[in-house]
Design a protein around this ligand. Structure first.
Ligand SMILES: Cc1cc2nc3c(=O)[nH]c(=O)nc-3n(C[C@H](O)[C@H](O)[C@H](O)COP(=O)(O)OP(=O)(O)OC[C@H]3O[C@@H](n4cnc5c(N)ncnc54)[C@H](O)[C@@H]3O)c2cc1C
Length: 295
């Protein structure tokens, strides 16, 4: 046993935890047609959700995926659903002065609408993804972090469905069996889901609505041609009247102008239950940790 491997539990696995519930695969994928109305590049939430909306309205659409659908961030995320909490955070810190209040509040309302849309999707297509709206705790290490939350909750409560309230140290202890936090925020309106199972359900809905999917079809170039675009992929060419780029941080030279930073995020499975509400908890140091009960 090496020094490094000795720190891991016997059942340590490098396979993403969520893939136990739904592993990326090529079921439902097919050949690359010569042409289509819309080609979507990238099969994550963005690409598949777009394909579902278009196909459900009768548009001919294919999703071109470099590897397998869901192989990107969409089956690796934390599964937190907040509808505005993170938007509010960046808005207040970086964009506030430049964007002005109405722009910020508009984005918060848009995020809240996105949350409602997600719930509609889950219900409409009967997606089995362990979705629960049972809140989220943002636990603070310092008084400054508590202050930052206090400065944000009025706007969040006014423009989103977050329903946030502050927790003092004692209240936090009753929500979370830990002594280390000085307080925090309880986001009653937040929820969580199983990100890979949600992705699998979304993909099934899109294919069922008539969307097509081509796997191992990495797009290498997009050129204007006729009244549309000629797209070169690892599996040949396809002509599309319109193109949607949904490549996230995995984007490459074929879609210049966008770029991303990839990061690795370990998942730790532990047995003891430490949160009676059984909700998601986010700790506030720079290295993020967001325990999520799975049992
Ligand atoms: C560790 C982590 C935790 C997160 N936690 C949360 C959370 O708790 N809540 C939340 O709401 N969000 C969370 N997110 C963010 C969320 O996962 C992403 O915003 C979301 O999954 C992005 O979906 P997407 O469709 O844009 O991209 P992706 O799912 O990354 O899909 C992009 C796809 O494009 C494909 N692609 C790239 N280039 C090409 C090409 N040239 N040709 C063809 N295909 C290509 C890739 O292979 C990939 O499959 C988290 C993200 C990470 C990484």
């Amino acid at each position: 046993m090496t020094a490094q491997s000795s720190i891991f539990a016997p059942d340590f696995s490098e396979t993403p935890y969520w893939w136990d519930g739904c592993r990326p695969n090529d079921a439902g994928a097919g050949e690359l047609p010569r042409e289509t109305d819309v080609a979507i590049i990238g099969a994550g939430y963005a690409g598949i959700s777009c394909a579902l909306e278009l196909a459900a309205r009768g548009t001919e659409v294919i999703v071109l995926e470099a590897e397998l659908p869901g192989i990107g961030a969409s089956t690796l995320s934390g599964g937190q659903v907040t509808g505005g909490v993170n938007v509010g955070k960046s808005m207040s810190k970086r964009v506030s002065a430049a964007a002005g209040n109405s722009a910020i509040e508009g984005r918060l309302r848009e995020a809240a609408a996105g949350y409602r849309f997600l719930e509609t999707l889950i219900a409409r297509y009967g997606i089995d993804c362990d979705y629960r709206r049972n809140g989220r705790i943002a636990a603070a290490w310092t008084a400054a972090q508590v202050g930052s939350w206090e400065g944000r909750i009025a706007r969040l409560n006014a423009h989103t469905d977050s329903d946030v309230r502050m927790l003092d140290r004692n209240e936090l202890r009753s929500e979370l069996a830990s002594e280390v936090y000085v307080g925090g925020a309880l986001i009653n309106g937040a929820g969580h889901l199983h990100p890979a199972k949600f992705f699998g359900g979304l993909l099934t809905a899109a294919l069922g609505a008539g969307a097509r999917l081509a796997c191992h079809a990495r797009v290498t170039s997009i050129e204007r041609a006729r009244a549309g675009h000629r797209i070169s992929t690892g599996r040949g060419e396809i002509f599309a009247k319109r193109v949607v780029i949904a490549t996230n941080g995995y984007t490459g030279p074929a879609t210049p102008g966008s770029n991303g930073v990839l990061s690795r995020s370990p998942r730790i499975r532990s047995r003891p239950r430490f949160c009676p509400r059984s909700c998601k908890c986010r700790s506030s140091p720079r290295i993020a940790a967001w325990p999520r009960p799975t049992g």
